[in-house]
Ligand binder design. Sequence first.
Ligand code: SAH
Length: 344
Amino acid sequence: MAKADIKSMTLAELQQFLAEQGEPKFRAKQLFSWLHEKQVDTFAEMTNLSQKLRQSLSEQAKIGGVEMVERFVSKEDGTRKYLFALENGSIIESVLMRYEYGNTVCVSTQAGCRMGCRFCASTLDGVERSLTAAEMLAQVYTIQKDLGAHISGVVLMGSGEPLDNYDQVLRFLHLINDENGQNMGQRHITLSTCGLVEKMYALSEENLQITLAVSLHAPNDAIRKQIMPVAKAYPMEQLLRTCADYVAHTKRRITFEYAMMQGINDSDACARELAERLQGMLCHVNLIPMNPVKEREYTKSSKERVARFAHILQQHGIETTVRRRLGSDIDAACGQLRRRYMQK
Ligand code: SAH
């Protein structure tokens, strides 16, 4: 029988799991604290549990984790990029970003991705598998340990489409937010999606305080369909209506991500059209100078183009920022380390 994935369990589920073995309720809290507060990787370290219980736990349960295979540290700004192996040998990437206001980890939710965005490296070979909540948590816990400093924020912007792994991602959000564990504030968490409409409605019903980021990357369907296959399933009008409904329901401002690709989506006309479509919505546009991917034809817009695009949006009253590039000396951006490693 497969071992129980106890690190993906809520406190209530752990109580149930332990009750089935005749253990009192308070044991679950102890176990939860070992897993999510002290963040140990072995049962042997759980010294306030009896030998007998530790023994039976190690027979019936596993502590899902990730194994570090490589680490790159930027000398410029302390950014760290990690390659982790999962239990089945799949490789994922995670990134540590150091900001003045705290340390943030960019977490992968799937090994690979099946959304097929034409400018993205993570989707080139499709999806291998979705990650468990434990494996997402382990990225944060392992990096926190390696860094020796507290991780205060998470962005679900690594490989994978978070809403294509909805249940485990929701579990992850609740577990990392739990006050008996990492206790990360929901407002320090951003979930990025290419725009899976039904799942966005489901997410809005969860009443979370997280930030939703939507990968828009285009001002209209004609351009969006060229670069994002998901646009064929959900036209922009439907997507933007969903975003407006999300804002109305959650009262949370939405972020639109817009990767600037030279000659594709970066003209003045694109900026004006985008501004018009976002008019009146509680939102914020984050312009990302596109990271060139060697297998892809797209190149990044010039600095001047990005600045001009931002200026037009701002003139139209759309709050806009340009994403700063971190760790450029350990480049190999967005999913390319993983590919490089797998092709070795
Ligand atoms: N599947 C989610 C999370 C993916 S990664 C989503 O689509 O939002 C986070 C962001 O990086 C997305 O906005 C994605 O479109 C963007 N991205 C992917 N490849 C990129 C590249 N080569 N350059 C710049 N941004 C990229």
